[in-house]
Design a protein around this ligand. Structure first.
Ligand SMILES: [Zn+2]
Length: 353
């Protein structure tokens, strides 16, 4: 892919701003990972690595900048043309500090709903996402926050906790669930399932339904479940993500039962029918419309280790509950399968149906 001269200039300008701000090699910043400042503070630059390699060779090597600096740290990154969530306070602070607002890498992950620095929900740009001047575009837009109340305060507190767990931020109480590759994989899938895309023919994710924010995201054509799960997470809004973070946190046991019950109470007062158990979340996460969908979901979850399935048994029982709606489609072999073992045990092996 070739880049025009103006693209290249925008890129070098962003780099200059970054270097001016740091006034020291990023390598020394990397050493102080204990703080919440990194990598959340690094700039989102989505250029092809060919250009980056060239710039590093010609210019940045004297600052000891290595290629790794530009790499993403997590797999679920929103495509470049859809990166439109930001923190208005960060941009305002940039103007005062460096006279140049810049887009954070931290805002580009599918699991990011909050700015850690300002402990606030991100805002969505109203103008379409542009490429090089999006930080300026966003800066000039006025961001409206909904008035705070006890429900929103607790919502933010719980969701930030789960977001911190996911990204392995320091000083988080894991409540016994270690952040490993397999727990993160289970998180990715469940979180994305709760944000699955709504079409004219199929329901959207449970988090979207609770957030009552589905408008503008409904696709007119039918889509396979896997595709709805994969695309929904990219187009999700910060509020939908906040809800999905809390729901996933409940399923994985990252939120204390006492906190769940006070949150459910506050939600009720705010008119949000928040579920109180992982079983209900499982039941609502998917309402199978056909047997293929059930098998598709089973396949997606089939890589989950047995101990994690057992730990989240209530959620899997909920997912299994919805299978009764397929009663008419069962064969006698299906019936035998469905009567064997407890519901979550059936998720330990992929069915031979
Ligand atoms: Zn911020």
């Amino acid at each position: 892919m070739t880049r025009s001269a103006s693209d290249y200039n925008a890129f070098t300008m962003a780099l200059k701003a970054m270097i001016r701000r740091r006034r020291r090699a990023p390598e020394t910043v990397l050493a102080s990972q204990g703080s919440d400042q990194w990598p959340w503070e690094s700039t989102d630059i989505d250029y092809d690595m060919h250009v980056i390699r060239e710039v590093i060779g010609k210019y940045l090597s004297s600052f000891d900048v290595k290629q790794d600096y530009f790499a993403s740290f997590f797999s679920l990154v929103v495509p470049h043309n859809m990166r439109n969530h930001y923190c208005p306070e960060c941009l305002r602070e940039d103007i005062t500090a460096i006279e140049f607002p810049y887009w954070r890498k931290a805002w580009t992950y599918c699991m990011t709903a909050y700015c850690y620095q300002h402990k606030r929900l991100l805002v969505t740009m109203r103008s379409g996402p542009s490429t090089y001047d999006r930080a300026w575009q966003a800066f000039k837009e006025e961001a409206f926050d909904s008035p705070s109340n006890a429900f929103r305060v607790m919502r933010d507190r719980l969701a930030i906790r789960v977001q911190r767990w996911y990204f392995g931020r320091p000083s988080f109480n894991t409540l016994g669930l270690e952040n490993t590759q397999s727990t993160r994989a289970l998180f990715d899938l469940t979180y994305s399932l709760l944000l699955k895309r709504r079409t004219r023919f199929e329901e959207g994710g449970y988090a979207c339904a609770l957030a009552r924010e589905n408008r503008g995201q409904v696709t007119p054509k039918s889509m396979p479940l896997t595709e709805r799960i994969q695309t929904g997470v990219s187009i999700s809004s910060p509020l939908q993500r906040a809800y999905a973070l809390i729901l996933t946190g409940m399923i994985l046991g990252l939120i204390l039962p006492s906190q769940i019950s006070s949150f459910v109470g506050l939600a009720k007062q705010s008119g949000v029918p928040w579920p109180s158990t992982p079983f209900v979340i499982g039941k609502m996460a998917i309402l199978y419309s056909n047997r293929e969908e059930y098998l598709e979901l089973r396949k997606l979850y089939s890589a989950t280790p047995p101990d994690l399935i057992a730990q989240c048994a209530e959620f899997f029982r909920g997912l299994e509950h919805a299978v009764y709606s397929l009663r008419d489609e069962y064969s006698s072999q299906d019936r035998l399968w469905l009567e064997s073992g407890t519901p979550h045990q059936r998720w330990l092996v992929f069915p031979d149906l």
